[in-house]
Design a protein around this ligand. Structure first.
Ligand code: AMP
Length: 181
C-alpha cells in the first residue's frame, strides 16, 4: 500500500501539531485506512496487531469530532477498554495528540478509583476512556450523560468479550444515542 503522510489526512492544525510533536510523519496502515473513513462518519471495524498505532487510528477521528464549545458540558466520545492499564495508556496517547487543543479534557476512569473523585474529574470532560463496569456505574448514576456522545469506541473488543464484558457493553450501548444505527 502507498504511504500516507499525516499532513495529507485533512486534520485540523492543532491535531497535526500534536501528531508532529509525537514524531509521527507517516500514518501506519491501520491509521491510513481507518482515519479518513471514521472522519466521514462511517462505523469502522479495525483489526491490527498490538503496537501498530490503533490508539491514534481511533483517537484522531474522535478528537476531530470534539466541539470545544464550553457550553457543551457533557462527554462527546466514549472509549471502552478492557483494563485499567489500557485505559490509562490510551488516555496518555490521546492527551498527547490533543496537546494543542485548548480546553480539551481526556479522562481515564476505572473501577477501584474513588467514585466521588471521579465524578468531580468528569466535569467538563469531552473524551472518556473507561472500563465497561465503571462506565456503566456512572451511566446508572447519571454522572455520565450521553446526550452529546457522537462516537463510541470498543478498544480491543475481542479481549473485552473474552473477559466477559458482553452484557456490560450492551448495557452501555443502550445509553448511547444511535439514531438509526
Ligand atoms: P498503539 O498500537 O496505539 O499502542 O501504538 C504503538 C506505539 O506506536 C505508540 O508508542 C505510538 O505512540 C506509536 N505510533 C502510533 N502511530 C505511529 C505512527 N504513525 N508513526 C510512528 N509511531 C506511531
Amino acid at each position: 500500500m502507498e504511504t500516507v503522510r499525516f499532513d495529507e489526512l485533512d486534520l485540523c492544525q492543532e491535531i497535526l501539531r500534536g501528531v508532529k510533536e509525537m514524531g509521527f510523519e507517516e500514518a501506519s496502515p491501520i491509521q491510513a485506512q481507518a482515519i479518513p473513513v471514521a472522519m466521514q462518519g462511517y462505523d469502522v471495524i479495525g483489526q491490527a496487531q498490538t503496537g501498530t498505532g490503533k490508539t491514534a487510528a481511533f483517537g484522531i477521528p474522535v478528537l476531530e469530532k470534539v466541539n470545544l464549545n464550553k457550553d457543551i458540558k457533557h462527554p462527546q466520545a466514549l472509549i471502552l477498554c478492557p483494563t485499567r492499564e489500557l485505559a490509562v495508556q490510551a488516555a496518555e496517547e490521546i492527551r498527547k495528540l490533543a496537546k494543542y487543543m485548548h480546553g480539551i479534557k481526556v479522562l481515564p476512569i476505572y473501577g477501584g478509583q474513588d467514585i466521588n473523585k471521579q465524578i468531580r474529574a468528569l466535569k467538563g470532560t469531552q473524551v472518556i476512556i473507561g472500563t465497561p463496569g465503571r462506565v456503566m456505574d456512572h451511566l446508572r448514576r447519571k454522572t455520565i450523560r450521553c446526550d452529546y456522545v457522537n462516537t463510541i469506541v470498543l478498544d480491543e473488543a475481542d479481549e473485552m468479550l473474552n473477559m466477559g464484558f458482553r452484557e456490560d457493553i450492551e448495557t452501555v450501548l443502550e445509553y448511547i444515542p444511535t439514531e438509526d444505527r
